[in-house]
Design a protein around this ligand. Structure first.
Ligand code: NAP
Ligand code: ZN
Length: 356
């Protein structure tokens, strides 16, 4: 027995999205069934389904910023009950026994965590993501959404929120630190809010000043345009911490010059291209170049609670299931303030291409 639900899938990287019917597994004893209320559009969805990171498995539904309500629970579920407000991010399973999982870093599972989409699940099927009406997930990978956060503005926190929160926490960004956020998109706009909530002096480094007023609303002290003549010379050695959320191929060497000696750049943006960095770009000032991949489940819950406590949430543009192709083009053009979120209620009237 499986649960038929509508989903938004592509059959190939250049095909449009279409509403289909997919089968969700019947809940295992430790599973919860989630009625999805909102699903965010992350740039990683785009990289994946356009085959920019390698071969995607089609037909595929992406989406790993999921917010909804628990509709049913398996017989051994202990943490959730029907009606709970919950979220699911980029992971739906992991071994649970390796040192990383045991330490709460399921995102670094040594035996390979199962991604929310395009991943081989424990039963050999390919996981299908959150652009869908429901999802069935092991309870260990479900977080609670605090009542203070609406589903629409909470959904993007499950990826954009944790991906920016985690390196900011790991590198102990604190009051007074000079922080630069590279790129003011979905991730960037959460990074600004979180770093500002920690008391940092936040500068947005964007390709223009178009979003400067909004950046200020989010908590940035200033916005600078990286395309201005002399920018990289003028701002050399200015920042303690740089959160790099840029989704495209950039000349990283130039950006590393913006760090103070002993400063840290955490890369979270994931363009497919190789990066060109010389030893001398780092050893001179003892700079740290590091990366970060979402976050573990305990830290994801911590981030949701932190956002609720500090009044932080995503700024979103809500769209219907028939607007996702157009939204993708707009994300790639940098034309989104700041996250598209799919209103999953719009599945209701959409006719699937093939009946169950
Ligand atoms: P997004 O909303 O498209 O934001 C990316 C931002 O990068 C844009 O808003 C833009 O900022 C800047 N940008 C784009 N092209 C650029 C270029 N050619 N030169 C300079 N800046 C450019 O994407 P997102 O959803 O925030 O995701 C950002 C990246 O993080 C993606 O690569 C995504 O796959 C990755 N990601 C990684 C993780 C992880 O765990 N590490 C998790 C989620 C996402 P301005 O308009 O302000 O210039
Ligand atoms: Zn994401």
């Amino acid at each position: 027995m499986t649960i038929p639900v509508k989903a938004l899938q592509k059959t190939g990287p250049d095909q449009p999205f279409q509403v289909t019917t997919i089968e969700r597994r019947d809940p295992r004893p430790d599973d919860v069934v989630i009625d999805i209320k909102a699903a965010g559009i992350c740039h990683s969805d785009i990289h994946t389904i356009r085959n920019e990171w390698g071969e995607a498995h089609f037909p595929l539904a992406v989406g790993h910023e999921i917010a909804g309500v628990v509709e049913a629970v398996g017989s051994e579920v202990t943490q959730f009950t029907v009606g709970d407000r919950v979220g699911v991010g980029c992971l739906v399973n992991s071994c649970g026994t390796c040192e990383q999982c045991l330490a709460g870093f399921e995102n670094n599972c040594l035996n390979g965590a199962v991604g929310t989409y395009n991943s081989e699940d424990v039963d050999g099927t390919i996981t299908q993501g959150g652009y869908s009406q429901k999802v069935v997930v092991n309870e260990r990978f479900v977080c609670r959404i605090p009542d203070a956060l609406d589903f629409d503005v909470a959904a993007p926190l499950l990826c954009a929120g944790i991906t920016t929160y985690s390196p900011i926490a790991r590198w102990k960004v604190k009051a007074g630190d000079k922080v630069a956020v590279l790129g003011l998109g979905g991730l960037g706009h959460m990074g600004v809010q979180i770093a500002a909530a920690k008391g940092a002096d936040v500068t947005v480094l964007s390709r223009s000043l178009k979003k400067a007023d909004l950046a200020q609303e989010l908590g940035a002290a200033r916005t600078l345009s990286t395309t201005e003549e002399g920018f990289f010379t003028e701002h050399s050695g200015e920042f303690d911490f740089i959160l790099n959320t840029i989704s495209a191929d950039i000349d990283l060497k130039k950006y590393l010059r913006l760090l103070k000696p002993r400063g840290v750049m955490a890369i979270v943006g994931a363009p497919p291209e190789a990066m060109d960095v010389r030893a001398f770009d780092l050893i001179g000032g003892g700079k740290v170049l590091t990366g970060s991949n979402i976050g573990g489940i305990p830290e994801t819950q911590e981030m949701l609670d932190f956002c609720a406590e500090h009044g932080l949430a995503a700024r979103i543009e809500k769209i219907g299931v028939d607007e996702v192709d157009a939204a993708y083009d707009r994300v790639v053009e940098g034309d989104v303030l700041f996250r598209f979120v799919i209103d999953t209620a719009t599945f209701e009237d959409a006719e699937p291409v093939s009946a169950p």
